[in-house]
Ligand binder design. Structure first.
Ligand code: NAI
Ligand code: MG
Length: 372
């Protein structure tokens, strides 16, 4: 029996293209692993009313970890309209399968490294080495939302919060409410992950990105818990920043930052910003990591206009495989892969369109595999 069982979930659109490049590299790495395919994405929503079929969940429960590429997601009404006719009008509601996977498997840490590779013409600067830890299960993306605002909930809010008078003249039918729920444990575990990573890889600071001066209760809880955890790491400094200012500082002086930690939505935003500083979506890898399971994925989506053309840059999925190897403890193979990716970028012979070249997705996969 193989040491690892790894699920491969290509999903939709360019998800298939980049997964094929990923497979070339996985083959060459010759990990002691069994790879199993698992269905996910738009095709299964349309045909079955379920973008994350139960059979996929069952497969994942038998796996060490998973590699996911990309899926297509659409707003509620559009999604319903694309269901096959016999499934329409049944009250099926589309929800992003990757968001559900994060919640279902409690993959609370979203790890997003943004490192500038030498010779990448898309780098903003060459000395950027950022790692964002984004809380992945709570906050604004937890899905506790209301529209219209239910009357009993409204009455309770009016009873408890004087700020509700600001909406006194507005009909409940015209009010949408999204909640931002943080738990103490949720704050602690994401901050602890960030500090552990900083200690392991020798970063001198951890930057907390929140907005406690305005969003007092949720951001406030995060800041208080972060301070307590920071006290346990005397050699690592905690920097506290506000998310709006951080967006500015990241553009001005990205080289001054290392490990950053934030809640779900703010982390999503600053990690996209950070990714663009080192080449954009073609380079943005991520890991969704829990205590016992993890799903690795490029940050980009299914880019329908390039689907099946084998044109897009597979570096993001290759870097996601590198994160997966790190997580498995296969650090030698992880280093070999990272070196191979860096060499192909620096040589500059095999480049996809986003880097100004005309190589295809599989050319990059082959070039990196050839360096392993
Ligand atoms: P997208 O990430 O799919 O693509 C936006 C643009 O970025 C592309 O048109 C392309 O110009 C560029 N791009 C993306 N990946 C690239 C790569 N590997 N190499 C070179 N260029 C690349 O985002 P978009 O267009 O907003 O969304 C398309 C679909 O993907 C939507 O249905 C969206 O909901 C879904 N999506 C899924 C995600 C996921 O699976 N985790 C994440 C983001 C979007
Ligand atoms: Mg995003």
């Amino acid at each position: 029996m193989a040491k690892y069982k790894i699920a491969l979930m290509p999903g939709d659109g360019i998800g298939n293209d980049v997964m094929d490049a990923g497979k070339l590299v996985l083959d060459k790495l010759a990990l002691d692993a069994e790879y199993v395919h698992a269905d996910i994405g738009w095709e299964f929503w349309r045909a079955e009313g379920e973008a994350l079929p139960q059979r996929t969940v069952d497969i994942l429960q038998t796996c060490t970890c998973a590699l996911f590429a990309a899926v297509t997601s659409k707003p509620k009404e559009e999604a319903e309209a694309e269901l096959s006719p016999e499934l329409q009008g049944k009250g099926l509601v589309y929800r992003s399968p990757i968001v559900r996977l994060r919640q279902m498997f409690d993959l609370y840490a979203n790890l997003r490294p943004c490192k500038a590779f030498k010779g990448n013409p898309l780098n903003y600067r060459d000395d950027i080495n950022l790692v964002v830890f984004r809380e992945n299960t709570q906050g604004l993306y937890a899905g506790v939302e209301f529209y219209p605002l239910p009357d009993d909930l409204r009455a309770k809010l009016e009873e408890l919060s004087p700020r509700m008078t600001a909406f006194a003249g507005v009909d409940s039918a015209d009010i949408a409410l999204s909640t931002r729920i943080f738990t103490r444990q949720g704050c602690q575990r994401i901050v602890r992950r960030a500090f552990e990573y900083a200690r392991q890889f020798g970063y001198p600071t951890v930057t907390l990105v929140e907005k406690p001066n305005v969003i007092r209760e949720t951001s406030g809880l995060m800041v208080r818990e972060a301070r307590k955890i920071a006290a346990g790491y005397p050699n690592i400094e905690l920097w506290e920043t506000n998310v709006d200012a951080m967006a500015m500082w990241l553009v001005k002086n990205p080289q001054n930052y290392g490990v950053m930690v934030s809640s779900n939505m703010f982390g999503d935003i600053i990690s996209d910003l950070a990714a663009q500083l080192v080449g954009g979506l073609g380079f943005a890898a991520s890991g969704n990591i829990g205590d016992t399971f993890a799903v690795f994925e490029p940050t980009h989506g299914s880019a329908p206009k390039y689907a099946g053309q084998y044109k897009v840059n597979p570096t993001a999925i290759l870097l996601s495989i590198k994160l997966m190897l790190d997580w498995l403890g296969e650090t030698d193979k992880a280093d070999v892969l990272q070196t191979a990716i860096a060499a192909v970028i620096e040589e500059g012979q095999v480049r996809t369109y986003d880097m100004g070249g005309d190589a295809g997705t599989l050319d990059v996969g082959k070039a990196v595999a050839g360096r392993i």
